[in-house]
Design a protein around this ligand. Structure first.
Ligand SMILES: Nc1ncnc2c1ncn2[C@@H]1O[C@H](COP(=O)(O)OP(=O)(O)OP(=O)(O)O)[C@@H](O)[C@H]1O
Length: 322
């Protein structure tokens, strides 16, 4: 499933429809005309550097703040506050009451979204068990590691069975193991038909998890669509090794070819691989090896949003502090 990009999308298929959103804080234009269409049941990443406008965009989707201009419909409602019980939200600022037990913390978060407290506690215990944290159920939050407490808070955002889950930088602060668990959890939600939207400045998370991404920089969204579509903005690169040094086959290589060591590198011609292969064979190149490398999301981000915006992004989660 992908971020719908056409105007023909049927409203009921969209968990979020936002058009022309603008938000100013005094002199700061935090969000400058954002359009975003998120299909129900999809995983969508909002990818951008610090200060790009990710949190402000998410807060407008939740009805925590209202846009100065533009419209948003969330689960078919113009005011997201009307359907707060259908939404789960993990804010960027983490925090649970340190003295509360994990099950109570989850139950309390459920109660804030309309779930009776005893039921929330019971569901909390089950969620903790299902996610390998059964041993933490009766521990106080202050007795848990930071990463464990963050997972407890995340489970608290899910306890009332929301249809839409909004996560602001959910991976930050988690070590590699907990990041992996969170990825599994997010995929599991989408498998159940829950729509998940999360912000991140880590490219690998968006690339691995999302069907759809919105690239945000300077309050604008220069790209919203499938991850594949973003990567296709840059032609795939061919890496070619030949036994012949020169010959008629050279005419098949575009002007922009580069030779590094024994390999030629050049963009895959628009005509595709087969005509290229034929020309190389007919021209006696003596192909030793040939591979086609698709652009990664980082290169696509640079091409779409520019070097400056990409400078603040982290390519892999290893670059994050645990
Ligand atoms: N309540 C506010 N008052 C004033 N300025 C704000 C407020 N909230 C956000 N901003 C400004 O709006 C811009 C976008 O901020 P936002 O938090 O949406 O970005 P972000 O992409 O989530 O970045 P980060 O990952 O650093 O939180 C920034 O310049 C920020 O300083």
């Amino acid at each position: 499933m992908d971020i719908a990009t056409s105007d023909t999308a049927v409203d009921t298929e969209l968990a979020i429809e936002a058009r022309g959103l603008v938000k100013r804080f005094d002199d700061t234009l935090a969000v400058d005309g954002v359009d975003l269409l998120v299909p129900r049941g999809s995983i969508t990443g909002i990818l951008g550097p610090n200060g790009a406008g990710k949190t402000t965009t998410l807060r407008m989707m939740l009805g925590i703040i209202d846009p100065d201009e533009g419209m948003r419909r969330v689960l078919g409602h113009d005011d997201p506050k009307d359907i707060a019980r259908l939404i789960g939200y993990l804010p960027e600022e983490r925090g649970l009451y340190p003295a509360m037990k994990a099950t109570d913390a989850i139950g309390f978060m459920g109660a804030l979204r309309g779930l009776p407290l005893p039921e929330g506690r019971e569901r909390g215990r089950k969620l903790l068990e299902d996610h390998g944290l059964g041993h933490a159920a009766d521990k106080q939050i202050r007795q848990l590691s930071k990463g464990m407490a963050q997972i407890v808070q995340l489970l608290g955002t899910l306890v009332h069975d929301p249809q839409l889950v909004v996560l602001d930088e959910p991976f930050s602060g988690l070590d590699a193991i907990n990041q992996g668990k969170l990825e599994v959890l997010i995929r599991g939600l989408a498998d159940k038909g829950v729509t998940v939207i999360f912000s991140t400045h880590v490219i690998a998370h968006a690339e691995r998890l999302c069907e759809g991404i919105a690239i945000i920089a300077g309050g604008k969204v220069p790209f919203a669509g499938r991850v594949d579509e973003a990567r296709d903005r840059i032609p795939a690169q061919v890496r070619l090794e030949t036994s012949a040094q020169d010959g008629p086959w050279m005419a098949a290589l575009p002007e922009s070819r580069r030779k590094v060591g024994k390999f030629w590198y050049f963009p895959l011609p628009d005509t595709g691989i087969e005509p290229l292969l034929r020309a190389l064979i007919d021209g006696n190149a003596g192909i030793q090896s040939l591979s086609i490398e698709r652009a990664g999301l980082h290169d696509a981000f640079v091409a779409i949003a520019g070097e400056a915006a990409a400078a603040d992004l982290v390519t892999s989660p290893e670059g994050e502090e645990a």
